[in-house]
Design a protein around this ligand. Structure first.
Ligand code: 13P
Ligand code: SF4
Length: 305
């Protein structure tokens, strides 16, 4: 078995040989984030995937992320360290229901959280991420909006954009849904001076207790700029790595039990080496799906500028 340093050196050599870059989401393990060329939230990673000159992208995230990278960049090879890394929420909407909604509301815009399958995307008008959903929904000319699949991000958007008729579906992230208001209140009793920073995939009760709501990148930015020195962080524990690196003097606490996305943790340095050397686990998307899903993804990148 290789030491950590040997593994890192081997991965660096393979990256050079294959003209590859490694992208990792903030929810990956510390070791994976440390190896990555770019670490970010879903929006940032989609942008990097679209703009990179590398021939190979190793995407350490979950399947909708690798799939989106491939859709945006079909001539590139996109490898995933573990093809089983999936996001449960990405499947929590139905094409049939989208069609019913379109028939009922002729001026409807279907707004699709990027945490969704390519099949759902290709039946949607525009994609969003947690960092731009409010801005994009507000900018759309349509008044009737069907927001899929996340009911929690959808409800947050609906509250921020009251001038629109935002209709929700019932998808959710199991990790963020399991984080309860009681858990946050318990932490607030322990750390009464702490600010509560929350991802919009959390429930409305948790958002109501929060001082700031934003994507993982927004939370990281807010914590860095804040004068406060103690924070209760209501999202997946992977963000702790960057938060503590950026702010060694500040304190970051998580609820009990600590939110952890097992799928994100399937990405490991060993599997990165394996796919880089073998070329295994290439993401494939049929041309029909790719062409359809590209439209809402490109529209997001355009509207988010
Ligand atoms: P971000 O938009 O902050 O990257 O969040 C993605 C995600 O999967 C949250 O659970
Ligand atoms: Fe999906 Fe939730 Fe994991 Fe994010 S944390 S990838 S939304 S299951």
């Amino acid at each position: 078995m290789k030491t950590k340093e040997e593994l890192a050196a081997r991965i660096a050599a393979l990256k050079k040989e294959k003209n590859a870059i490694i992208l990792a989401h903030y929810y990956c393990t510390d070791e994976v984030q440390a190896l990555a060329d770019h670490v970010g939230d879903s929006f940032y990673l989609a942008k990097v995937a679209k703009e990179t000159d590398a021939a190979v992208i190793v995407f350490c995230g979950v399947s909708f992320m690798g799939e989106s990278a491939k859709i945006l960049n079909p001539e590139k090879t996109v490898l995933m360290p573990d093809l089983h890394a999936d996001c449960a929420m990405a499947h929590m909407a139905e094409v049939e229901r989208i069609k019913e909604m379109r028939a009922k509301y002729p001026g409807l815009a279907v707004v699709c959280y990027i945490n969704s399958t390519a099949e759902l995307k290709r039946h949607s008008d525009v994609c969003v991420t947690s960092s731009n959903a409010v801005r994009i929904v507000r900018a759309l000319p349509n008044r009737d909006i069907y927001f899929i699949p996340d009911q929690n991000l959808g409800r947050f958007v609906k509250e921020q954009v009251p001038e629109k008729n935002v209709m929700l579906c019932d998808g959710y992230c199991p990790i963020h849904k399991a984080l309860t208001a009681d858990q946050v209140l318990a932490k607030k009793r322990e750390y009464p001076e702490a600010l509560v920073l929350t991802h919009p995939e959390c429930t409305g009760e948790v958002l109501a207790l929060s001082d700031y709501v934003g994507s993982t990148a927004d939370i990281i930015r807010y914590a860095k700029e804040s004068e406060a020195d103690c924070f209760i962080v209501c999202t997946e524990v992977g963000v702790a790595y960057r938060l503590r690196q950026d702010n060694p003097q500040k304190r970051f606490v998580f609820c009990d039990p600590c939110p952890c996305c097992a799928d994100m943790k399937l990405n490991t340095p060993e599997k990165i080496e394996e796919v880089l050397s073998s070329g295994k686990n290439a993401v494939e998307v049929s041309e029909e799906k790719r062409a359809g899903a590209l439209v809402p993804l490109d529209r997001m990148l355009e509207l988010a500028k």
